[in-house]
Design a protein around this ligand. Sequence first.
Ligand code: HAM
Length: 412
Amino acid sequence: MFKRVPGTKDILPEEAPLWLKLEETSRAIFSLYNFKEIRPPMLEEESLFNRSLGESAEIVQKQMFVIKNKEDVYALRPEGTASIVRAYLENNLDKTAGFSKLYYIGPMFRLERPQKGRLRQFHHIGCEAIGSQDADLDVEVISLADYLLKAYEISGYNIKINTLGCPKDKSELNSVLHKALKDKLPKLCDDCKDRFKKNTLRILDCKNESCKEIIKDLRIGDSHICPECKEHFAKVRGGLDALGVSYEVVPLLVRGLDYYNGTVFEITHPDLGSQDAIGAGGRYNHLVKELGGPEFGAIGFAFGVERLLLVAKPQSSSSGQKPVYLITLGEEAKKAGLKILSQLRQAGIPCDTDYEGKSLKGAMRKANDLGAKYVLILGDNEIKSGTVTLKNMENSEQKEVMLADITKELKC
Ligand code: HAM
């Protein structure tokens, strides 16, 4: 017996309607905000992620699924943003469409130690708005995340926001942190000792409990943020207040990827334990340029679908019409049955039949299990008279119907 790869999941037929519901809700709401769908490939050049997320990012250092083929080195995408910006530029959308609002739904891959809410193949529902530095766009994107969560019927989540400022502010923050952590260096984990040298900011993402304790006590204020970035952030907060979006400012929220600057946010849910982020995002104003495009501002976010489903428990809308179940008795009827099924399907009536040679009783039980409202019974007598027996499973009424009239009868 083969087993699935650790950290992957089979989405079984009983769960699939929940996924579909989440996806449909997302598509409907993205389109209310005029976001358009984009579907980049799952495989990209590895260097795209090294360049975008940063060599010192945990994802790049430890979590990439890399595929080497002769001189080509590819990676299964660990996230969507870098791919979307690559696709945006490669397809000249910067020139033809300019400012673009794009959304995506699909699998991402990270070589992590699997645990509840942490998988090696997981799914993002995400969006990217590329081509503007307007603070109102930050407000729209964060309020869109809030709207989506409400539409998924999730409550009790916390939106945490912060600003990293411009690259100069960010490097200033790095120095402030460097100073603040210097004395505490011996108490940090080995990874953080390394981060201290290479990219001190990354220490703030450390999951090690003793490092987290040290970080919790840091007070760094906002003196490293320049006046323009402070003003941008004040506008974002004012916009969110005006729309009634609840949020908390968390000064040490920095996010684990290098491309971020300006507004960053994370949405957590208290029911999730240690992997409590259901979604996250922020501005990445310099990534478009970094990947060879113009100096375009951009902002986006992504939800982790598996984590949404851990807190959402949406009711599946046991989709659509109940099927009609056809029971045939004998070879002749079986042959004629295929034609009837084809006619019903062409008329848009969902239907099914038995392929396992069940007895009449067994087939009736199967129809019941499938939730069929009607059963059609076709035997030698019916074939001779050009009829079919129609049984209503809800009231057990039964009648003969001319074969030619069956579609009409079932449509009423
Ligand atoms: P991220 O924080 O790495 O951001 O991932 C976004 C969300 O994906 C997380 O908040 C979490 O819900 C989910 N997630 C991440 N890793 C896993 C995992 N191993 N198993 C299950 N769920 C996971 C990004 O990926 C950015 N690209 C978001 C973004 C878009 N920023 C700007 N635009």
